[in-house]
Each structure stands twice: as C-alpha cells, then as structure tokens.
Design a protein around this ligand. Sequence first.
Ligand code: SF4
Length: 123
Amino acid sequence: MLHPPHQSLQVAAVPPQPVRERDQDAPWHTEAVCRRDEAGLFFAPSKEPTAARLSREEAAKRVCARCPVMIECREHALLQPEPYGVWGGLTAAERRVVLARRRRHDVELQKATRPAGTIAAAG
Ligand code: SF4
C-alpha cells in the first residue's frame, strides 16, 4: 500500500489555490496538496460521530478539489482499493459505489460484445 501523502499542517493555514498543470515526470503523490495538510482530515478517528465525519470529509474534499493530482489519486485508491479515508475527493463509501458501477459496466460490456450463440453453446 502506498503511504497516503497526507502530512501534518492545519488546513486553515493553506489558502485556496487554483488547480495547476502538474509535472508529468514526477510521481503523482509528490504534488499532493494534502502533503501539507492535517492527516486527521482524511482519515476517521475511532468512534467519530456522524456529523463530525460528514464535516471532516467535506473539508477533506475541499482540499482535494484544489489538488493537481486528484485524478491520479482517485484512480490509485480505486485500483488498490484503499478501504479507508478520503482519496481523490471520494470517501470510502463513494469509492465502493464507483467500483460497483464499473463492475456493472464491465459485465454489460461483456454481454454486449459476446458473439451471438455463445451462451447457448456454453450451456
Ligand atoms: S486528491 Fe486529495 S487525498 Fe489525493 S493527493 Fe490530492 S489532496 Fe491528497
């Protein structure tokens, strides 16, 4: 598992920045905005109340929204898959939904591209 790029520093101390072009030669996580942010913003402490979780996740998503590697981060988290935390602007629950949709899409695609008669021949 890739270590999350989140490092310690208060989110409030980082002013909003426009999303910028990224250096394609550098590993994606070296440009992660959350390297400067509070690690606790992205991962739930134990026994976190629902309202606090929702608020924390929204704050984490605001950090992700200005991150130049959001797409790379999201795909990394989906491919692993990372079971916890906010990655690429998605919570763990949202990533499970995306993965389920992708699986459904893959199944539909396989059905649509299967040569006619293969189901009957296999049975
Ligand atoms: S998208 Fe979010 S979690 Fe991913 S590297 Fe950027 S700030 Fe961190």
